[in-house]
Design a protein around this ligand. Structure first.
Ligand SMILES: C[S@@+](CC[C@H](N)C(=O)[O-])C[C@H]1O[C@@H](n2cnc3c(N)ncnc32)[C@H](O)[C@@H]1O
Length: 258
């Protein structure tokens, strides 16, 4: 359902997509997240800190499928409320804690985790913001703990893509190239073990069907068709994704705290 207070002209791209009914808001979708989970090799009872958890989709998968304990931080109060409702509906309130907070204040948590998971959030930060969060991630990991990351990739034309994308999604979105992502991780003391890149599938029908199912995709398409402002914003985003499809994609990285 459309949030009546959301200004569709100015809202960040992920809120526009959520208003259209999208639940999975990461460039490589569920399949890329799944790959990260395989690399992680979780053991029941281990702990995960999730940054910018959105509606709690990944946190629920981690607790339900792998028996993990998850602390998830999310800044948007509406998303926090929705994530808590989803967690309760999944019967996982004893395994998942959703904290309303800012990922720039990770030191407030005061404990360390076996894993940190962050999807579609580092890209939205300036270079110094990325470095600060990565330092926080490193400090919140136990020695030998793993950081699981899923972000936007700009294989070439980083600065042009930064400008055009930021305009269209109304957020300072600065995807890095593969080598720049890896360098940023290693500078923070996170040794990259595995990585994989792929196409930006957020608005492709194929990825949408995989991520949102047939009913979810039908609802999203209906909302796009029937709500002109929503349509305008999503068409603009899709045009930019298509224009840069050779360079724009996702990257997933599994890195270990040294
Ligand atoms: C693109 S969405 C990704 C959500 C989720 N990780 C997913 O992959 O579906 C970005 C999320 O980051 C949250 N966010 C943005 N800045 C944040 C911050 N400083 N601290 C915590 N959450 C933040 C937003 O509210 C939004 O839910």
């Amino acid at each position: 359902m459309l949030n009546p207070t959301l200004n569709l002209q100015t809202a960040p791209g992920h809120q526009v997509l959520a208003a259209a009914g999208k639940r999975i808001l990461r460039p490589g979708g569920r399949a890329a997240t799944e790959k990260l989970f395989q690399w992680a090799d979780f053991k029941p009872g281990e702990t995960v800190l999730e940054l910018a958890a959105g509606f709690g989709d990944s946190a629920i998968a981690l607790a339900k499928r792998y028996g993990l304990y998850v602390v998830a931080i999310e800044k948007n109060p509406d998303s926090v409320a929705r994530a808590r409702t989803n967690v309760a509906a999944a019967g996982l309130s004893d395994r998942i804690e959703i904290i309303e907070g800012d990922i720039f204040d990770l030191d407030r948590l005061g404990k360390q985790f076996d894993y940190v998971l962050a999807e579609a959030i580092l890209t939205m930060q300036s270079p110094s913001g990325k470095a600060k969060i990565l330092q926080g991630v490193r400090d919140r990991l136990k020695p030998g703990g793993k950081f699981l990351s899923h972000e936007l990739l700009a294989q070439n034309n980083e600065s042009e893509i930064h400008q055009v994308l930021s305009q269209v999604i109304r957020v300072n979105a600065a995807p890095y190239s593969k080598s720049n992502w890896i360098a940023a991780f290693e500078t923070a003391g996170l040794q990259v073990q595995q990585h994989q890149t792929g196409i930006m599938g957020l608005l492709t029908i194929r990825q949408m069907l995989h991520d949102e199912g047939i009913t979810g995709t039908a609802l999203i398409l209906w909302n796009i068709l029937t709500k002109p402002l929503l349509r305008q914003r999503i068409v603009q985003m899709r045009q930019v994704f298509n224009r840069y499809k050779q360079d724009l994609g996702y990257i997933i990285i599994c890195a270990q705290r040294l």
